[in-house]
Design a protein around this ligand. Structure first.
Ligand SMILES: *[C@@H]1O[C@H](CO)[C@@H](O)[C@H](O)[C@H]1NC(C)=O
Ligand SMILES: *[C@@H]1O[C@H](CO)[C@@H](O)[C@H](O)[C@H]1NC(C)=O
Ligand SMILES: *[C@@H]1O[C@H](CO)[C@@H](O)[C@H](O)[C@H]1NC(C)=O
Ligand SMILES: *[C@@H]1O[C@H](CO)[C@@H](O)[C@H](O)[C@H]1NC(C)=O
Ligand SMILES: *[C@@H]1O[C@H](CO)[C@@H](O)[C@H](O)[C@H]1NC(C)=O
Ligand SMILES: *[C@@H]1O[C@H](CO)[C@@H](O)[C@H](O)[C@H]1NC(C)=O
Ligand SMILES: *[C@@H]1O[C@H](CO)[C@@H](O)[C@H](O)[C@H]1NC(C)=O
Length: 178
């Protein structure tokens, strides 16, 4: 029973990356979202199927299942990324379960990179649950000057889903702990 409960907890904590189109199914039995850096999904699967992103940032949409999770969205430049060393957004406390969507992810971070049309890259989304364990999903993209961002109905947070900056969370935690 304990094992079953644990499995249920683990399964319910996972998240599904919908946009950009993920590198591969991280729910597959031979993969694990607990595995750094990309849930054990190797890149071969999607090098020919990169999602086009505008040079000013693209859509990140995920179906999340935590009450809350520290969330990081990182980028690595290149064809075969080994280092996701660009933070597209500041790490934040993503709150609520359901669809979470940011329409123009990383606008400021990307501005300094001198991106050009056709630049390949990979995006990594990390969610760290209250237990401290990290979950990963990756997607491969290509920057295109003619790419469009998802807007309107296709990029909306579910009711009760949003985010809080970690900075303000931190000061609250300090006050609470004092
Ligand atoms: C893992 O499973 C996925 C999905 O079923 C499959 O596409 C992939 O080839 C498998 N990889 C290995 C190494 O077996
Ligand atoms: C390629 O990406 C599209 C979405 O952009 C998806 O619908 C399709 O299934 C993907 N194809 C493969 C082989 O992964
Ligand atoms: C999100 O995931 C939940 C749980 O798996 C599922 O019930 C729901 O239909 C999904 N929503 C969308 C829009 O994919
Ligand atoms: C990120 O990593 C790549 C490959 O290791 C390196 O070329 C690049 O300079 C790094 N960028 C930053 C901002 O550290
Ligand atoms: C993140 O936000 C949720 C909802 O407000 C809160 O319950 C949780 O304690 C926050 N996480 C941390 C570590 O402060
Ligand atoms: C971007 O281009 C500017 C002007 O050419 C240059 O000064 C800067 O070093 C470049 N930045 C990067 C990250 O390559
Ligand atoms: C969803 O919530 C996040 C965090 O509050 C926010 O950055 C994002 O802009 C929201 N998405 C939309 C489409 O409003």
């Amino acid at each position: 029973l304990i094992t079953f409960t644990t499995l249920l907890t683990l399964a319910s904590a996972h998240f599904r990356l919908q946009e950009p189109y993920w590198r591969g199914d991280s729910f597959a039995s031979n993969r694990s979202q607990w595995t750094w850096p990309c849930a054990g999904v190797s890149q071969e699967n999607s090098t020919t199927n990169r999602t086009a992103w505008p040079l000013t940032g693209g859509t990140v949409r995920a179906n999340v299942s935590h009450e809350w999770a520290f969330t990081y969205i990182n980028l690595g430049l290149g064809e075969a990324v080994t280092s996701f060393n660009v933070s597209l957004v500041e790490g934040f406390n993503q709150t609520g379960a359901g669809i979470f969507c940011i329409s123009e992810t990383g606008r400021e971070a990307l501005a300094g990179l001198n991106l050009t049309d056709g630049q390949p890259a990979s995006v990594q989304i990390i969610q760290i649950s209250h237990s401290g364990a990290s979950l990963y999903n990756c997607a491969d993209i290509v920057f295109r000057t003619d790419a469009t961002i998802a807007g309107g109905d296709t990029c909306q947070n579910s009711t009760g889903v949003g985010g809080v900056e970690l900075a303000s969370v931190g000061s609250e935690t300090c006050k609470g702990g004092a």
